[in-house]
Design a protein around this ligand. Structure first.
Ligand code: AVI
Length: 340
């Protein structure tokens, strides 16, 4: 990995209503990497595409819409927990907040609001590959005084490298990894990533981790295959991205959104199923694919946890975990863990 400081292009700090703000942009994955990943993963058996590519501008907007659907209760459950436990989460020792993958900034702003008016000042670092998500976060934080906001337009991994080299001058750092983002990692990648987060913290710093919990299968299937078809659009949009950016010739109505619950691995899988036997070319990735009728392209896994399981994996990664706060209605957990 390139040294973060050398890779980043710093745009100078500027005054905002909320305090000061600055941004870095470091090695966001480009089109060559996209083409190479598509070539590699579509050639696997079963065929796959990495879920991180679901989030172009339209994909990010569709995901924001998913979070408002009645059948996808994760975001609302997490907001309830942040509202109820804000003062504890942002106790007086916290001077620096880091969020990986902030989306619209809604959760971060809700947490700061819930902590009360006398908390802060805070240094806030937000890491996301999407420039529009970072702009949304800045906008959401503009109402607060006493924030110094740094946005980092880059991958989580590079963001963690940057943060590791810039510990806060005073107080504790609180890292946020919310919204069941951890659920999109396979177990091996998850453990590595938790260790990388731990590596960017010092003993006494904290991690607030969101995790969606196992719930009745019917509810899980509805959350990922909603009757309005928003999640289907989110999934199919990945093919429009391949058409637009890599010159592919996927025809959308020859594919269907397909969702499977795997109880053994405790995960929801999202696929795109080929309705017919068909050929598809992806010129920029050098691919000429022959898809069978019913063959699927696996686009995402969302692992679901038990609250006790979250504590175990956190402890394995070098955290002392407290008892998770659980939203009983929608089965979602927030765990505040201390780096040891
Ligand atoms: C971003 N991530 C946590 C979402 C999830 O639930 O796995 C993405 C998503 N996929 C379909 N709906 C939402």
């Amino acid at each position: 990995m390139r040294p973060a400081a050398a890779a980043s292009r710093r745009r100078g700090p500027r005054a905002t209503r909320s305090g000061t703000s600055a941004s870095t942009r470091a090695s966001a994955p480009g089109i060559d990497r996209f083409a190479a990943d598509v070539r590699h993963y579509l050639s696997q058996s079963p065929r796959q595409l990495p879920s991180r590519y679901l989030y172009d501008d339209l994909g990010s907007a569709l995901f924001e819409a998913i979070c408002r659907l009645p059948w996808y209760p994760l975001t609302r459950a997490e907001l309830r927990l942040l509202g109820a436990h804000g003062p504890e989460i942002l106790d007086r020792g916290v001077a620096s907040i880091v969020e990986l993958g902030a989306g619209s900034g809604l959760k971060l702003s809700s947490l700061i609001r819930a902590a009360g008016p006398h908390r802060g000042p805070f240094d806030v670092h937000v890491v996301d590959v999407s420039a529009s998500a970072l702009a949304g976060t800045r906008h959401a934080l503009a109402e607060f005084r006493d924030l110094r906001v740094m946005t980092h337009e880059t991958t989580y991994e590079t963001g963690l490298e940057i943060l590791r080299g810039t510990p806060p001058a005073r107080g504790r750092r609180l890292m946020l990894f919310l919204g069941s983002n951890l659920g999109n990692f396979d177990p091996e990648g998850r453990d590595l990533f938790l260790r990388a987060m731990r590596g960017a913290l010092r003993p006494g710093d904290r991690l607030l981790l969101g995790a969606d919990l196992v719930k009745p299968v019917r509810d899980l299937l509805l959350a990922y295959d909603d009757p309005l078809g928003v999640t289907a659009a989110f999934n199919l949009n990945l093919l429009t991205r391949l058409d637009r950016e890599l010159g592919a010739d996927f025809v959308l109505d020859r594919f269907a959104h397909h969702v499977v619950w795997d109880p053994e691995r405790s995960r929801i899988e999202m696929h795109l199923r080929s309705a017919t036997a068909q050929r598809v070319v992806v010129p920029a990735a050098g691919l000429d694919l022959a898809l069978r009728e019913g063959e699927t392209i696996w686009t995402e896994s969302s692992y679901k946890y038990e609250a006790g399981g979250v504590v175990t994996i956190l402890e394995r990664a070098g955290f002392g975990a407290t008892t998770p706060w659980v939203d009983a209605a929608d089965r979602f957990a927030l765990t505040l863990a201390e780096a040891v």
